[in-house]
Design a protein around this ligand. Structure first.
Ligand code: NAD
Length: 253
């Protein structure tokens, strides 16, 4: 199995794409630290993983906007599994939606904090930790196709994800000589609780988004998980600094 003897940490893994990633990594043989702001949901995901693959997962409640909780998250991983080889920075959230002229500065700041600054804080602590640990390591940041194409009425989120892409490339350059690879995965529309809620409120959006993908459907969280698992595994040993879409071809449609 691709991730046998690996220890992976996934942020925002209590639901949605992060849950799909955590479960896919476990299926590929990895031990998994399931981190989320929501303790109940991360505990449930870890329990479901352990039901299938005994002693493979631990859950941790953490608010990753807080530096001390990020530090604790890494210490927790090492305490439980004695090392961390693979990290997927998936957690993000946004505030406000609508035309750019209607955004409040408060919502802009909150979206940048939750989507970009939070990930930067994680990366800063993770890179320090991985350098000290001094073993082969791979990091995947979850971005969004909105960073590539722009996103009408969700512009600040899209701009924050564009910053995530650029940060991914810069850090990949800085860290390559330490045998640490850093890539970004850029999902199109994925079947998650948030997207399902959106489709309930805007039924026409579902058909429109399905049509915008070459494969004429939205994706599943585990399909994102498959790409993340590959990038975290040694099979992708010559890939770093890349931003790769998993979107049924929507980014070129
Ligand atoms: N759903 C999509 O279609 C889609 C498309 C492109 C990109 N993305 C990206 O994929 C990632 C996951 O998206 P999702 O739709 O599954 O989101 P989601 O809201 O369903 O899940 C995100 C999880 O992250 C957790 N989280 C948020 N902020 C946190 C924090 N500060 N500390 C710890 N945990 C935190 C939440 O509790 C939640 O469980 C995000 O980076 C998102 O921007 C999603």
């Amino acid at each position: 199995m691709d991730l046998e003897n690996k220890v992976s940490l996934v942020t925002g893994a209590g639901q949605g794409i992060g849950e799909g990633i955590a479960k896919t990594l476990a299926k590929k043989g990895s031990k998994v630290i399931v981190v989320d702001l929501n303790h109940e949901s991360s505990a449930k995901v870890a329990e479901e993983i352990n039901d299938k693959f005994p002693n493979s997962a631990y859950s941790l409640q953490a608010d990753l906007t807080k530096s001390d909780e990020i530090k604790h998250m890494l210490e927790f991983g090492v305490t439980k599994f004695s090392k961390i080889d693979c990290i997927c920075n998936n957690a993000a959230a946004s505030r406000g939606i609508g035309p750019v002229e209607n955004y409040s500065l408060e919502d802009v700041q909150a979206t940048i904090d939750l989507t970009f600054t939070c990930l930067w804080k994680c990366l800063q602590a993770e890179i320090k930790f991985l350098k000290q640990q001094a073993i082969l390591a791979s990091v995947v940041n979850i971005s969004s196709n909105s960073a590539i194409k722009g996103y009408a009425f969700n512009s600040i989120y899209a701009a924050s994800k564009a910053a995530v892409n650029n940060l991914t490339q810069s850090i990949a350059k800085e860290i390559a000589r330490n045998d640490i690879r850093v890539n970004a995965v850029s999902p199109g529309t994925i079947n998650t609780p948030g997207v399902r809620e959106y489709f309930k409120a805007e039924p026409k959006a579902k058909e429109m988004l399905e049509r915008s993908s070459l494969l004429r459907r939205i994706g599943e969280a585990e399909e994102v998980g498959e790409l993340v698992a590959f990038l975290l595994s040694d099979r992708s040993s010559f890939i770093t600094g890349q931003i790769i879409s998993v979107d049924g071809g929507a980014s070129i449609a």
